[in-house]
Design a protein around this ligand. Structure first.
Ligand SMILES: C[S@@+](CC[C@H](N)C(=O)[O-])C[C@H]1O[C@@H](n2cnc3c(N)ncnc32)[C@H](O)[C@@H]1O
Length: 239
């Protein structure tokens, strides 16, 4: 897929997520061999246990918001996503787990944040930013929405540096995963598209450079599981 075509498709990617919402959680567990849960836990460990207001962008079915709420009972979390189908499943999970006082999930865009300046302590984005049509603009908006010194934590897929691991992972990620994902979700190419968004997206130093361009400070990248995913951290400017 051409770069421009991918950007256009990203703009409407929430529609793909509407289609695959019913099988999204199940496929996440299967396709990541359950490792995705440990990645979210690693992110949560980097957050403060004091009372905080948190924004989880591209919250999907709410797994990251739920992981945060369980480990940080003093956090009030708002999850935003453009996919109604994903949000509805997330809301049912929040209700079932008795977390409605802590978590609110609503429709909302991760690129055009309708949030007051300097009003949020923490922003998280789990495997969402590569789907945004304008990730740099999203990061700028996050910097604006965070309180001075407020933290942003981002999980995103990346590529292993070790050549042997990379070779094996390439085969799994390029061929096996899209085939199985499309088959189980019943969508003609959702998981082929998801794979393309990862191949196209900057990671490591390149993504840190994007965070810095957006005005974020104290940026760092921690590779997880041979670098299959990376946890990025940064903070808003102190005034
Ligand atoms: C791979 S899912 C990640 C869901 C969840 N954060 C997780 O960790 O499982 C990506 C999500 O990004 C959402 N999305 C895509 N573009 C968006 C945008 N501009 N604003 C908000 N959400 C968006 C999709 O609807 C989808 O739910």
């Amino acid at each position: 897929m051409q770069h421009d075509a991918l950007t256009v498709r990203k703009r409407d990617s929430y529609q793909i997520f509407n289609d695959i919402a019913p099988t999204y959680d199940f496929l996440n567990r299967i396709l990541s061999f359950g490792i995705d849960r440990s990645w979210r836990k690693k992110l949560v460990k980097r957050t403060s246990s004091t009372p905080i207001s948190a924004l989880d962008l591209a919250t999907g079915t709410g797994d990251l918001a739920i992981a945060l709420a369980k480990q940080r009972p003093l956090a009030k979390i708002t999850g935003l996503d453009l996919s109604e189908g994903m949000i509805k499943i997330g809301q049912a999970k929040v209700q079932a787990q008795g977390l409605t006082k802590q978590i609110t999930l609503s429709l909302g865009d991760g690129v055009n944040l309708g949030v007051t300046d300097h009003s949020v302590d923490l922003i998280t984005i789990g495997f969402g930013i590569r789907n945004f049509s304008n990730p740099l603009e999203s990061l700028k908006q996050c910097e604006r929405a965070l309180i001075p010194g407020g933290k942003i934590l981002i999980l995103e897929f990346s590529w292993p540096r070790n050549p042997a691991v990379r070779l094996m992972y390439n085969f799994y990620f390029r061929y096996l995963l899209p085939w199985l994902g499309n088959l189980v979700s019943g969508h003609k190419d959702a998981y082929t598209y998801l794979n393309k968004t990862v191949e196209d997206f900057p990671y490591g130093e390149s993504f840190l450079a994007m965070m810095q361009t957006a005005g974020l400070q104290n940026t760092s990248a921690t590779p997880l599981t041979f670098g299959i995913a990376t946890l990025y951290e940064g903070s808003a400017k102190h005034e």
